[in-house]
Design a protein around this ligand. Structure first.
Ligand code: NAD
Length: 265
C-alpha cells in the first residue's frame, strides 16, 4: 500500500481512544503493515479491532507496568518482524486542580498516579522499544501538550508531568542518537474522552462530558477559533515517523495547538 508509512510497523500506547486512536487509523491509512495498540480499555480495544480488522494487534495492559510494554514490543516483532515507530500517548488529566485544593495525602497519591501514567509510562515504552528501534533506525514520538510549555492550561500536577515529557524527549534524543530519533507532539485542548485520576475519584470523569461547552471554551481561547479534534494532530505523528520526511528532526516537540502557544496562553 502506498503512503508515507508504507510497510512500517508501529506500536501506540493509549491507542483505543481520542488522539491515540486517530494516530492508529492514520498510520493504517498511510500503509503501515502492522500497528500494535496497548490500552487499558478492553471494550474500546475490541471496538477498534472490529473497525480495523486488518494489520492491527490489540493488547490490554497498563502503561505503569514494564511487562505491558515488553508484550507490546514482542507483539510488534512477532506480527510485523520489526518495529519502526513507538508512540507513547496514554495519559490522564488533573482537571485544572490547583495545588492548594489538595491535602498532603491526596497530593501524594495523585502525583504518584499522574507521574506513573504520563511520565513513567513513556519511560517504560522507551526502555522496552529502544533496541528494536535502534535495529530499524526508527523513532519514538511522545504526546506532550500545550501544558508542557505554558502555565494556565491545566493543574499543577498535569503541567509538571507534561513539562517532564519535554525533558524526556530532549534527553533521549541525545542518548539514542544516531540510531533512533525522538520527538514529541504538543496538542492544545482537544475534544476527547481524556479521564482523570483514580486518586481523586476521577477515573470516570471525562473532559468531554460537556462536549459543547468544552468545544466553545477551547474555540473561544484559541487564536484559530476552533476546538481541535483528535484527527487534527495525526498528520504530525505521520510526519515525525517518516524517515523520508523527518530524517533530520530529533529532540523537537511540534505544536498543534491552534496558535495558543504564540500568545503564551
Ligand atoms: P483519551 O482518554 O481519549 O485517550 C487516552 C487513552 O489512554 C485511553 O484509551 C485510555 O484508556 C488510555 N490509558 C489511560 N491510562 C492508561 C493506563 N494506565 N494504561 C493503559 N492505557 C491507559 O484522551 P486523549 O485526549 O486522546 O489523550 C491522549 C494523550 O493526549 C494524553 O497523553 C493526553 O495527556 C494528551 N493531551 C490531550 C489533550 C486534550 O485536550 N485532550 C491536550 C494535550 C495533550
Amino acid at each position: 500500500m502506498a503512503g508515507w508509512l508504507s510497510g512500517y510497523v508501529a506500536a501506540v500506547t493509549g491507542g483505543a481512544s481520542g488522539i491515540g486512536r486517530s494516530i492508529v487509523e492514520r498510520y493504517l491509512e498511510e500503509g503501515a503493515s502492522t500497528v500494535v495498540v496497548l490500552d487499558r480499555d478492553a471494550e474500546r480495544l475490541a471496538e477498534l479491532q472490529a473497525a480495523c480488522p486488518d494489520r492491527l494487534v490489540t493488547l490490554q495492559g497498563d502503561v505503569r507496568e514494564a511487562a505491558s510494554h515488553e508484550a507490546m514490543v514482542a507483539a510488534a516483532l512477532k506480527h510485523g518482524g520489526r518495529l519502526d515507530v513507538l508512540v507513547g500517548n496514554a495519559g490522564v488529566f488533573d482537571f485544572n486542580r490547583p495545588l492548594r485544593s489538595y491535602t498532603p495525602n491526596r497530593l501524594n497519591a495523585t502525583l504518584e498516579e499522574i507521574i506513573a501514567v504520563n511520565v513513567r509510562g513513556y519511560l517504560l515504552s522507551a526502555m522496552a522499544s529502544a533496541d528494536a528501534l535502534a535495529t530499524s533506525r526508527g523513532s519514538m514520538i511522545f504526546t506532550c501538550s500545550i501544558a508542557g510549555f505554558h502555565a494556565g492550561c491545566a493543574g499543577t500536577l498535569y503541567t509538571i508531568s507534561k513539562h517532564a515529557v519535554v525533558g524526556l524527549v530532549r534527553q533521549l534524543a541525545l542518548e539514542l542518537a544516531p540510531q533512533v530519533r525522538v520527538n514529541g507532539v504538543g496538542p492544545g485542548g482537544t475534544l476527547t474522552d481524556l479521564r482523570g485520576t483514580a486518586a481523586l475519584g476521577h477515573a470516570e470523569r471525562s473532559i468531554g462530558i460537556h462536549l459543547e461547552e468544552t468545544a466553545r471554551t477551547i474555540a473561544g481561547s484559541t487564536p484559530l477559533g476552533f476546538a481541535q479534534e483528535p484527527r487534527d494532530h495525526a498528520g504530525l505523528y505521520v510526519l515525525l515517523a517518516s524517515r523520508e520526511n523527518a530524517r533530520a528532526i530529533t529532540g523537537e516537540v511540534l505544536m498543534s495547538d491552534g496558535g495558543v502557544g504564540v500568545r503564551g496562553v
